[in-house]
Design a binder for this molecule. Structure first.
Ligand SMILES: [Zn+2]
Length: 489
């Protein structure tokens, strides 16, 4: 691991056992860290980000007692891609870990994995003495994608938020090494489609709807339970999507009322995660771990619910790019809402700065000051990247967002988010819009050049796996999650 340390900048280099001044008041002892990633959670559906349906009382209260970041952006709309950015503090243009890359060949798609040369957050934490554990949802968050690097324990076969939180609690209670602090990455596919909340939870959000989706959800839940009983190692998500939801979503008479019910289902799934998160917080309190555990809550991307005519997460509209970020730090700020602009790549350097730990030199994210936001708003640039056939990149500069599309038939679009947060009024036809496109294009070009250079400097070339090289177990896991038979993931 000496090689790893050589690649870390010298910004402190404390280790568990040494006294660390965090800038938030010195920790008496090195804290535990829980990084909770709620897959596919868009910010605006949490109560604390403005959803009046109240699906997230625990997360809202958690935010009130800690820090809420109002403007947190995902680097991509995909699971493996955003997680690779979160874990390495590099952008997709550098690490190249797309969910999958489509090839025009009979060999099928390829699945890039993080190379060993990448330095992950878990590797740094492990090197510094934290015990590292991941309770993840599998699918695109697994060993085969290089995302298990640095974890002493990596569980990606526990199905559902309820069981995963239960597994996390059991690990903390029984399995960990009690002589040192732990770093836990907890990940759940609730609130990822298909949404299968129970009837009682659905009725909390929409008890009146009697359209076709209500029965589909109920049938799908029974199907999923049988499926899990028959194939405990497989996820029923893929078959459920295909059999129960897709045919309905594609129906011509799929109405606005049906779509409204989908929002209720999504909120109901959030409520389930919220309920499980409450169990975790209660356990930490009971185990006297709440006073020395840093807890960060975020997502890898959000979800389009037909705002731009489409369902899913493939494109870079703000319903997909705007994700929540909540933090509680023992002895840290309470009840703070920050409006400085942040990116998922900032999490790693910011956390390491908090722990006064060294930050890998390849990390491009900003290490924030946890005590307070910058006095003056900085017009920061954020780049969002997709590799879906119909979507590409967006450049966000302050309140201006420019979309670039791969298909030449679709010219770039420009939106002024200050007055048009729904990205509905394209300013491309205006002179100012054309100028902004030109500037964004230059920004994107420099960013891509910089990213490519970074890839060379730190040897971050992804390792490619053809589907044929996957074990049958991994293949069936991906199939189970609906990833392989869905042209549009
Ligand atoms: Zn995801």
């Amino acid at each position: 691991m000496a090689a790893l340390l050589c690649l870390l900048s010298s910004c402190g280099g404390s280790s568990p056992g040494s006294e660390a001044n965090t800038g938030t008041g010195a920790f008496e002892e090195p804290p535990n860290v829980i990084l909770f990633v709620i897959d596919t959670l868009r910010a605006d559906r949490l109560g604390c980000y403005g959803n009046p349906a109240n699906p997230s009382p625990t997360l809202d209260q958690f935010a009130k007692e800690g820090i809420l970041f109002e403007r947190m952006w995902a680097p991509s709309p995909y699971t493996a891609t955003s997680h690779a950015s979160l874990f390495t503090s590099t952008y997709p243009a550098t690490h190249g870990i797309w969910n999958r890359q489509r090839l025009d060949s009979k060999d099928g798609d390829i699945f890039p994995a993080l190379p060993d040369s990448a330095i992950t957050l878990a590797e740094v934490m492990s090197e510094l003495g934290w015990e590292t554990a991941a309770i993840a949802g599998g699918g695109y968050v697994n060993e085969r994608r290089g995302l298990a690097q640095g974890f002493d324990y990596f569980d990606s076969h526990t199905f559902g938020a309820v069981n995963r939180v239960g597994r996390a609690i059991d690990w903390i209670k029984e399995d960990r090494d009690f002589s040192r602090p732990f770093f836990m990455f907890l990940h759940t596919y609730e609130v990822h489609y298909p949404y299968l909340p129970d009837e009682e939870m659905i009725n909390r959000f929409d008890s009146e709807y009697q359209g076709p989706l209500r029965k589909a959800v109920s049938d799908a839940r029974i199907f999923a339970e049988d499926y899990i009983a028959k194939f405990p190692e497989k996820s029923p998500i893929g078959p459920v999507q295909k059999q129960f939801f897709k045919p309905l979503f594609e129906r011509e008479d799929f109405s606005d009322r049906d779509k409204e019910f989908v929002f209720a289902l999504y909120d109901a799934e959030i409520a389930i995660v919220d309920r499980e998160f409450k169990k975790l917080l209660q356990f930490l309190k009971m185990a006297n771990l709440d006073e020395n555990t840093v807890i960060l809550v975020t997502a890898d991307h959000g979800e389009e619910l037909w705002e731009h005519g489409y369902f899913g997460h493939h494109r870079v509209w703000d319903e997909v790019m705007h994700i929540p970020f909540l933090a509680q730090i023992p002895g840290g700020p309470e009840g703070v809402r920050r409006s400085d602009s942040m990116d998922l790549v900032d999490v790693m350097p910011s956390l390491l700065k908090l722990l006064e730990a060294p930050i890998p030199q390849a990390a491009v994210g900003e290490a924030i000051n946890w005590l307070q936001a910058p006095a003056q708003a900085v017009e920061r640039v954020h780049i969002h990247q997709a590799n879906w056939p119909k979507a590409r990149d967006a450049v966000r500069t302050g309140e201006t967002k420019v979309h670039f599309f791969p298909d030449e038939e679709f010219p770039p679009q420009v939106f002024n988010l200050a007055i048009d947060s729904n990205e509905a009024n394209d300013l491309a036809p205006t002179n100012a819009g054309q100028k902004q496109i030109e500037q964004a294009n230059q920004t994107l070009e420099s960013f891509l050049q910089f990213s490519s250079q970074l890839r060379k400097t730190w040897n971050l070339f992804p390792v490619f796996h053809g589907l044929g090289s996957f074990t049958s177990e991994m293949r069936s896991e991906l199939e189970g999650l609906g990833y392989l038979d869905n042209e549009e993931d």
